[in-house]
Design a protein around this ligand. Structure first.
Ligand SMILES: [Ca+2]
Ligand SMILES: [Ca+2]
Ligand SMILES: [Ca+2]
Ligand SMILES: [Ca+2]
Length: 627
C-alpha cells in the first residue's frame, strides 16, 4: 500500500513540474515547497464558570481550569490525526463569569447565545460566523486532574452547529463524540449523505471497537479528499487552508495552527519516509488512533518486524495462534498509561473445541482483567461473537463474569440497541460462566508467587465461533491494576488486535542486528511552540493566564524570552530540555476593565549554541470576562 502511495506521489510531482514548465518561463519555487491543503472549522468554546442548574449554584472561580484546555487540545489532535491530517479545528475561547441559569439536562443554544451575545458584539464577533459552538458548564463534580487518554464518561448533547455538556464528564471524549454529530450533519448538507452516524455502530460494517475506536474508524475510512469539500456552516462553503509540505508526504512542515506537523512529529522536512522503513511519515503519524509510531525508528515496538510490514507497529504482539501448541501473543507490554509496569505473559492455542488463553501474571499487581473477544471477526458491534470475560486472578474460579454483546437486531434495525445477553431485556443468555474451562495454579518465578490461568473459550455455532485453520479473532485486554490507576490498556484503549489460527508455531524471527534509529532532524529556527490558556479566574478579579512553551529541538534551548509584538517582555525561561514544556504563569487584573482579549500573537526568542532565533506565533483567541 505504501509503494502505491509513493508511486502516485512521484507521478504527481512529475506532472506538477511538467505543467509548470509549460506555463512559466522560469520555474517558480513551488517545486521545493508543495502546498498542502486542509479544512479548518472555527469553533467557539464557551466556558461558563458560574452556573445555577436545577436551582443549585456551582462556580469554577478559583479552580484550576488548565485541564479544560488540555482536554480540548487532545480532542482536536484526535480529529486531525484520524482525518489523515485534513480536518483542523480552530478554537476561540470565551471564559465568562456571566451567570447562566437553567433546568433539566440540556443547556440549549438560545440560552447560551443570550448570555454571551453582548460580549460577542463588544469584540466584533458573531455566533453565526462560527462553524460550531460548544458550551461547557460548571458542574459540582469538576475534577482539576487531566483524564487519562481514552477516558469515556459523562453525558452530553448536540443539535446542529451546537453541543453542550457539563465539565465533570470526560471533556475530550464528549467533544469528540458530540462534535461528530455536527460533522455528520455538515457532510450531509455538503451533499455527502452517506457519512456514517456516530451513534449507530451496528449499522456500519467494519472491524472496529468501542467509543474512540469507532469514531476513529469513521474518520479514517471516510474518503480523504472529501474533507476538502466539507462546507463550513459559518461560510456556506469549504474553508480550505494551504500550508507548506516540502517533501509532499502529507505532513505539513511547520504549522503551529494545526495540532501536529513534521517538527512536532520529529520527522524530516525533506524525506517522505524519514527512517526508510516503508511506513511514510504520515502513516507514522497515523499509526495509532491516539499515538504515532516513531518516525526515527524502523522498528518502533522493537519486535524485530519493520514498521512498514508490521501489522501492529505500535504493539510488540505476535498475532499467531497455533494448533495444539502455545505461542506467546504478548508479554509485559502496556500501551497506556506509559509508566505502568505489570508482569504478565499471554499465550494462546486453538483446536476444534475452542481457543485457550494461557495467562501468567503477578497477582499482587492486578485486581481484574477484562478480555474482549470478537470471535466472529466482524468487529465489536456485529453479530453475537462479542464476548467480555472478566477474570479476578486470586479467586478459585477466576472467571467472575462471561457475557456477550448481541448486535444482530441492531444491525437490522437502527432503533434497536446492541444488548448484553445477561440484560433482562435481551430475552435469555447465550453464554454462561460454566461453559468455559478454567484451570488455575501457582508458580514460583524470581522468588515470587505467580498465578497461571488457563481459560478455554469453547466453540459455539450460535455465536459464530467455529475454530478452524485461518480463523481470525479480535482481542482487546484491559487490566485493572491494584492501587491508584483506574485502568491500564494493553493496546490503545478500545482498539482490537486480530489473531490468526494457524497449523503450527511461527518460526522464530531471525535475530539480525536491530535496525538503527536515524538521527533526529535539527530545525533550530522552528523549535518552540506556544499554547495560551487561562489557568484560573479568581474571586478578587485577577486572572491567571499561562503560556506553555514546548521545546521540539533535540537538544536544550536556552534563554527563552516571550514578548508582546511591541517588544514588551512578558516572561523568561532559562532553558528547556528536548520535549520539555515550561509553563509561564502570568497575572492580569480585571477589577476595573472586567473583560479582556488575551494577546493573539507572541514573539519568542531563544538561543541554540549561542545563535539567537526569533519566531512569531499566533495564539488562540481567548476572551475572559468577569462581569
Ligand atoms: Ca512533509
Ligand atoms: Ca517528512
Ligand atoms: Ca517511516
Ligand atoms: Ca515492529
Amino acid at each position: 500500500m505504501n509503494g502505491e502511495i509513493m508511486y502516485k506521489k512521484s507521478i504527481f510531482m512529475v506532472a506538477l513540474v511538467f505543467t509548470a514548465l509549460l506555463a512559466f518561463p522560469k520555474p517558480p519555487l513551488i517545486y521545493s515547497s508543495p502546498q498542502y491543503k486542509y479544512t479548518q472549522f472555527n469553533v467557539l468554546v464557551v466556558i461558563l464558570l458560574d452556573v445555577t442548574h436545577d436551582g443549585r449554584y456551582t462556580s469554577l472561580v478559583d479552580k484550576n481550569l488548565t485541564k479544560i484546555f488540555l482536554e480540548l487540545e487532545k480532542a482536536r489532535l484526535f480529529y486531525w490525526r484520524n482525518s489523515h491530517l485534513r480536518f483542523n479545528i480552530n478554537f476561540t475561547y470565551i471564559v465568562t463569569r456571566m451567570r447562566c441559569t437553567f433546568d433539566g439536562w440540556w443547556l440549549g443554544p438560545d440560552k447560551v447565545r443570550r448570555v454571551i451575545n453582548n460580549l460577542l458584539k463588544e469584540y466584533g464577533l458573531s455566533w453565526d460566523e462560527f462553524d460550531g459552538v460548544v458550551a461547557l458548564w460548571a458542574a459540582p463534580g469538576y475534577n482539576e486532574k487531566e483524564d487519562p487518554v481514552g477516558s469515556v464518561y459523562g453525558p452530553g448533547g448536540a443539535v446542529y452547529k451546537y453541543s453542550s455538556y457539563q465539565l465533570d464528564g470526560a471533556i475530550a471524549w464528549l467533544f469528540v463524540h458530540e462534535f461528530h454529530h455536527q460533522v455528520d450533519e455538515d457532510f450531509r448538507r455538503s451533499g455527502f449523505t452517506e457519512y456514517p452516524h456516530a451513534d449507530l455502530p451496528a449499522q456500519l460494517p467494519g472491524n472496529f471497537g468501542e467509543h474512540f475506536d469507532f469514531n476513529a474508524y469513521i474518520l479514517r475510512t471516510w474518503n480523504e479528499s472529501l474533507w476538502l469539500k466539507l462546507k463550513a456552516p459559518g461560510l456556506g462553503m469549504p474553508r480550505v487552508v494551504e500550508t507548506l509540505d516540502a517533501d509532499g508526504d502529507g505532513v505539513p512542515d511547520y504549522d503551529p495552527n494545526v495540532p501536529l506537523d513534521e517538527i512536532r512529529l520529529g520527522s524530516y522536512l525533506n524525506s517522505s519516509d524519514t527512517d526508510r522503513d516503508g511506513l511514510n511519515d504520515k502513516e507514522e503519524a497515523m499509526a495509532g488512533i491516539f499515538f504515532p509510531s516513531d518516525p526515527l525508528s524502523p522498528d518502533t515496538d522493537g519486535d524485530g518486524v519493520l514498521d512498514g510490514i508490521d501489522p501492529y507497529p505500535l504493539y510488540p504482539v505476535n498475532p499467531i495462534v497455533p494448533k495444539n501448541q502455545y505461542n506467546v501473543i504478548v508479554e509485559n507490554y502496556i500501551n497506556y498509561p506509559k509508566n505502568v509496569e505489570i508482569n504478565y505473559v499471554l499465550s494462546a492455542l486453538w483446536n476444534e473445541s475452542g481457543v485457550f488463553f494461557n495467562l501468567l501474571l503477578d497477582p499482587t499487581k492486578v485486581s481484574r482483567i477484562h478480555l474482549f473477544l470478537d470471535l466472529d471477526n466482524n468487529g465489536w458491534f456485529h453479530g453475537k461473537g462479542n464476548y467480555e470475560l472478566i477474570l479476578d486472578p486470586l479467586k478459585d474460579n477466576p472467571l467472575t463474569k462471561a457475557h456477550l454483546l448481541d448486535c444482530v437486531k441492531a444491525e437490522k434495525d437502527p432503533n434497536e440497541p446492541c444488548r448484553w445477553d445477561d440484560d433482562p431485556a435481551h430475552g435469555g443468555r447465550i453464554i454462561r460462566e460454566s461453559d468455559f474451562k478454567v484451570y488455575v495454579s501457582n508458580e514460583f518465578k524470581e522468588g515470587k508467587v505467580y498465578r497461571r490461568i488457563i481459560l478455554g473459550v469453547p466453540s459455539n455455532s450460535e455465536t459464530g465461533f467455529t475454530p478452524k485453520m485461518g480463523t481470525r479473532i479480535g482481542l482487546r485486554i484491559e487490566i485493572i491494576p491494584k492501587g491508584g490507576i483506574p485502568w491500564a490498556s494493553v493496546f490503545e484503549r478500545y482498539n482490537q488486535v486480530y489473531l490468526e489460527f494457524t497449523a503450527s508455531r511461527p518460526l522464530p524471527a531471525e535475530m539480525s542486528e536491530a535496525p538503527k534509529k536515524v538521527p533526529p532532524p535539527k530545525y533550530p529556527d522552528k523549535s518552540i511552540y506556544i499554547k495560551s490558556i487561562v489557568s484560573r479566574v479568581k474571586k478578587d478579579g485577577t486572572v491567571e493566564w499561562s503560556l506553555m512553551a514546548t521545546n521540539y529541538y533535540p537538544s536544550t534551548v536556552s534563554n527563552i524570552v516571550l514578548k508582546y509584538e511591541n517588544g514588551t517582555v512578558l516572561a523568561e525561561i532559562p532553558s528547556l530540555f528536548p520535549g520539555e514544556t515550561g509553563i509561564l504563569p502570568l497575572q492580569l487584573n480585571l477589577k476595573k476593565s472586567k473583560t479582556t482579549l488575551l494577546p493573539e500573537r507572541i514573539i519568542v526568542e531563544y538561543y541554540i549554541n549561542n545563535v539567537k532565533y526569533s519566531l512569531t506565533q499566533k495564539l488562540n483567541t481567548i476572551i475572559v470576562d468577569i462581569r
